[in-house]
Design a protein around this ligand. Structure first.
Ligand code: SAH
Length: 382
């Protein structure tokens, strides 16, 4: 597989993606592991080929050695060892984060002794039997579930399926995150069951929390339950009815009688609280990605501004806002400008107490901006 000069330059910067327009000669089938050559026919390394995605190649290695089973085992071992080095105080976390672990288009999440995998390219889909075998051997999980149902699979021409790959996987797994216990449904929960990228931010949020708290976009209450032990009351709002029931159950498991789940639209609730003059001392905002692509950035920023503006209005003086965006296309400077505009409109003076990223088990690769997508800013109202 030959790439253009532009493609070659890109690889030299350390970015693993080659777009289709930068391929010079295609001699590969869907999902093949291919040798990649530059303009002077020198080998640039090996990559995963996709016949459908605009990302036609995802580089695996710059070495001139065809990746074999031992290569995959070593990459998986390196990902596992990195997590071991982090001293993670939880039984659920991400073991493999695609490009961030030099395992492009592959996700592996651990929920206790169950693994959930996602193959997000033609090649990782084809390699899943091998990857499953290696994971079973390296980690001895009781079960491996393939949650191959994310929408991005359609870009690769892959179907969307959920299937058991190894052993058995129960409908519900209990995991621990710091002092909090959470029930997870690996088969039907959002993503692979939990939003693991916010794990460390949830624990950090608790350290800033107190008084009356609001958890906006709560899902099953992972933030709310971290806040509960530091707060008098936590109102947890998510638009989905089933989610409110899950929050209630998780609250009971943790003996957190001060968590009040509510199935409602956060935009409406914040507006009503503002009108009614309600006040909160701690507010968490963790909305879904408002900008799924570049074209949606402007509307997304308007949405982010609306919720942050209202939150800053109903935040009591001295109170803390922990606010996030997981839209890659809304980058950190844009998120910061939006927060400044929201604070200005709310006539609030706020200190930036902390700027945080996704949890360390979702590694950011210095040369790959796309691996850094989550922003979490802690603000204190003066
Ligand atoms: N904070 C959660 C993850 C939130 S994911 C955690 O740490 O686990 C985003 C959640 O927002 C989803 O559960 C989705 O159901 C919910 N949601 C999306 N739009 C919403 C809206 N307008 N109002 C309330 N909840 C919404």
């Amino acid at each position: 597989m030959a790439v253009t000069t532009r493609g070659e330059r890109r690889l030299k910067t350390g970015h693993p993606w080659i777009y289709r327009s930068d391929l010079r000669r295609v001699a590969a089938g869907p999902g093949d592991v291919v040798r990649v050559t530059g303009t002077d026919r020198r080998t640039l390394g090996y990559g995963l080929y996709s016949s459908r995605s605009v990302i036609a190649l995802r580089m695996l290695t710059r070495r001139d050695v065809r990746p074999d089973d031992a290569f995959w085992r070593a990459r998986l071992e390196a990902a596992i060892r990195y997590r071991e080095s982090l001293d993670i105080d939880a039984t659920a976390y991400r073991l493999v984060h695609g490009e961030g672990d030099r395992l492009p288009a592959l996700v592996v999440d651990r929920y206790g002794d169950v693994l959930v995998v996602q193959a997000l390219s033609q090649a990782t889909d084809r390699l899943l039997p091998l990857i499953g075998e290696l994971l079973a051997d390296l980690l001895q999980p009781v079960g491996i579930l393939a949650r191959n149902d994310p929408q991005v699979r359609a870009l690769e021409g892959l179907d969307r399926t959920v299937e058991l790959r190894h052993g058995s996987v129960p409908q519900e797994v209990e995991v621990r995150e710091g002092a909090v216990r959470l029930a997870v449904d690996p088969w039907r929960g959002q993503k692979t069951g939990l939003f693991l990228d916010q794990r460390e931010n949830r624990v950090a949020a608790a350290a800033h929390a107190g008084g009356r708290a609001f958890d906006g976009f709560s899902y099953t209450g992972a933030f709310a339950l971290q806040l509960a032990s530091a707060c008098d009351e936590v109102v947890a709002v998510d638009v989905s009815e089933s989610t409110a029931a899950a929050v209630a159950r998780n609250a009971e498991t943790n003996g957190a009688a001060n968590v009040r789940p509510r199935a409602a639209n956060v935009f409406d609730v914040l507006r009503d609280c503002d009108r009614a003059g309600e006040r909160f001392d701690t507010i968490v905002l963790d909305p879904p990605a408002f900008a799924k692509n570049r074209g949606a950035v402007e509307r997304a920023l308007a949405g982010y501004k609306e919720i942050n503006l209202r939150a800053l209005k109903i935040l009591a003086p001295g109170g803390t806002l922990i606010t996030s965006s997981c839209s890659y296309h809304v980058d950190e400077p844009a998120f910061g400008r939006m927060l400044a505009a929201a604070a200005g409109d709310a006539r609030a003076d706020v200190r930036v107490v902390e700027k945080r990223l996704q949890s360390r088990d979702h590694p950011v690769l210095a040369t790959v901006p796309e691996t850094s997508y989550l922003k979490c800013v802690v603000l204190r109202k003066m």
